[in-house]
Design a binder for this molecule. Sequence first.
Ligand code: SAH
Ligand code: MG
Length: 950
Amino acid sequence: MEMGGAPPVVAKKTTHTPKAIIHQKFGDKACYKVEEVQGDTQNGCPGLAIPQKGPCLFRCSLQLPEFSVVSECFKRKKDAEQSAAEKALRKLGVDPAASNSIVREPWDELISRLSYLFADEFLSSLHPLSGHFRAALQRDGDLYGLIPVSVFAVCDTKLGNICKSINPGVESNPFLVIPLVLKAAASGSFATSEGQLWMRRQNPYPPEIIQSSISSQLSSPESIWIEAVYIPYSLEKNVESLTLNVSSTGYYLDAIARKLSLADTSKILVSRTVGKASSEMRLYFSAPEWYLVDLLSDLNVEEVTSEEGSFNARASYFSGHAIYGNAILASIGYTWRSMDLFHEDVSLQSYYRLLISKIPSGVYKLSREAILTAELPMAFTTRTNWKGSFPRDLLCSFCRQHRLSEPVFSMLSTPLKQSSEVSGSCKRLKVAESSAEETEYRNGAGVVPHGNESVGSGDTFMCEIKIYSKLQDLIIEYSPKDSYRKHSDALQNSSLRVLLCLNTYFKELDMPLEKLASAADIHIYPEKFAKTFASCPSIHNLRQRNETQRERLLDSNSINQPYIMPGHELYSFNIKGPDSGASPSNGSLACINYVAFLVAEGEHMKERVESNDEFEFEIGVGAVIPHLEAVVTQMSVGQSACFNMDLPPQELILAATGDPVKTISLLSSKVCFLEYSIVLLRVTEPLEDRMEQALFSPPLSKQRVGFALQHIKESSAATLIDFGCGSGSLLDSLLDFPTSLEKIVGVDISKKSLSRAAKLLHSKLSRNSDAGEPSGGIKSAVLYEGSITFFDPRLYGFDIGTCLEVIEHMEEDQACLFGDVVLSYFCPKVLIVSTPNYEYNAILQRSNPSNQEEDPDETSQSQACRFRNHDHKFEWTRKQFNHWASNLARKHNYSVEFSGVGGSADVEPGFASHMAVFRRSVPLGTDNHPNPVDLIRQYEVVWEWDRSNR
Ligand code: SAH
Ligand code: MG
């Protein structure tokens, strides 16, 4: 072989493949026929209940003069051929050099790959590894041309894959490539390693080759300073920032070795990439002696893991394989794009961002760039209201982060029986029928198959999710109960459900798994689950470590209780500015501007850790930290507010702050809390409210108030209950007119709405009574928290009851229960109930200007069955409403009269909102008096106003 020349044939084959032996014996009398076999569910993975699709398997029949054989099924044609040949040899009684027959081919491949890498031409190619080759030629003296073997494992994917086929353990521990490469190199004649962890080309490159590859690379040497992160193996020690000084002509691994206090650069081990696939971020470390010895002597190094003293839990957590000793996280290396060394700073903040990106809520927070503010929402209402990355993408990213297989989404579609318009319930479907047809797909780079999403065909969808480890062990299985009209809604909702479950776990890492999997729709395989996330508890210090600090802050007055009701305490959030009346309510989008400061208690030190000029979030789904939502719902547009909070987990603060060093010193030396300063910039109301305001004059809500007023006048009512009063819009409006009312009461289950109502009523009642305004007749006002499906004896026999736009927020059976309870127990003289007319939706949707800005997906699909508000559990046609109200009235001795607001009774499709006015036919008597058993007070007073007390 010529000096330095690429060896055309590397190693002579010492053994022969079965096919080669057959060829020797039979020549072209041996006839191979390969056929494709349709995907077989038996894929060698017990328990994997996913039909494996596609023509991925091959079977080979080998016809010899005397007999024929058929191989098993293989993924690759040539494996099938070899297997057939091997079977034939067995039949012939020939032992195809038994021990080596299976690994022989990959071995050959490995040797030929290495010889390619060490060939002349490779030196000037664009390849992550050729960069190392060139840089090694810049090394001095004995080190000239030396390359640590470890870089072969991570820089050449092809080589890695060949090694994987020889030793599948490489998948979980890439360093197992090292002994294989060294062994292969020893059997070739292109490299030497002399029992070391480095390799060098056996014969020097011809000078002209060196010349051309080096000259194309560099001008003059310069110093490059790169920020990196030092991760000590001891969890007691902090992660720190460090600077690497690399000469542009030198070998960067030498600089890293110096920082690791390592004399021999070849002992450096390089991890696979960490974080986003595109970056060159890797962990560098020097394995302890014993590890290297074990590695080279083919011991299974994975067996000795975390027990070992120098195990680096943090670094291992990021790389997904065991890392020992201190490690450096740096983004540096050669790429496919350029001959030059690629490098990027890795700040301490990047480290903490990497850390929180392992947690579902952390990935979400990062996608919103609001780490101290955003929370993973509890519900996926609409695509437009969901901000940040979508649940499906979050789930995929979670799985990638934890080196799990891509989640498997299985879509069940159920044809919806086309029911006749009036009698069919328009309720959201809850059960899928048995004829469900299954479409399933692995989530690859591709998107869900939207193409066949039959618009308007009336199918409903449910999405099952399975999460597997890389080794295809099932870890989590989600079987949904709800189905959705839209493919993507099913997908996103199911993904969110799984994410929330995982997030619960990460919030409380020591919780028993049984507790986590207590919901019936989600199944966790505890053994596999625990194994997968075994290292999380030692790494995420999510819980407050300093309990005393926490208590002190909670005791101090700086903390507001979110739901303090009575009177002026509502203002203790320090809300400033005039009340503009425009406040967010459930389903609306609030847009705020905020700054979060880290404040040292009792000091004048305040550090801005996060801020955002425009941050929009949906109210009512837990899309932000609870304190913030509690404050924002008390504010109106244009107002500003300030509140304090005890510290969230430290890793969140460090991921948010731009100056982690300063923050760490503040956190470690002082008792700190967070101070938020916010301004409510605008509120986008839910679609329903926007429609009602834009399309009706006066707005529908005002028309409902007008309707109630007219009945109050007609009946000279002195007492009124508003069932499901919400934020008190009706009660508040009533105070603008002179009426016969003396006592007004509101009941609702939502504390948040009630606190808003309390605030409104409080200010108007005190103002009015001082000024002698219309509401002067009102003697008392009370707000109760409770469900209107329960009776409270304090509210018996009122003159008038209102229940406006409430029943559609309850399940249908609950709405019926409310009807029975109100007419048989509360027994108001008059009861007014309103709810949307489903038939009118077509008109609203056609003429609603705000539809344009909605997600096209949202409007184009299932138009016909869309409700006005995501929280509606049903919307009734005229026939359905009349049916419900008439039956109810008959049952309880009331008369009922139908009316409505918006539109007209005489023009199709009737009013926009149904109205029913029930009137009690008999006076209150003993027979309809509540039973003593029922005289338990079910409601709790949350706010009370009494004129005599003022
Ligand atoms: N009547 C108000 C609010 C309508 S929104 C208005 O016209 O503006 C519907 C309200 O019903 C919400 O505030 C919700 O909290 C309340 N609600 C839903 N189910 C309830 C129940 N079981 N008991 C009491 N309130 C209920
Ligand atoms: Mg409603």
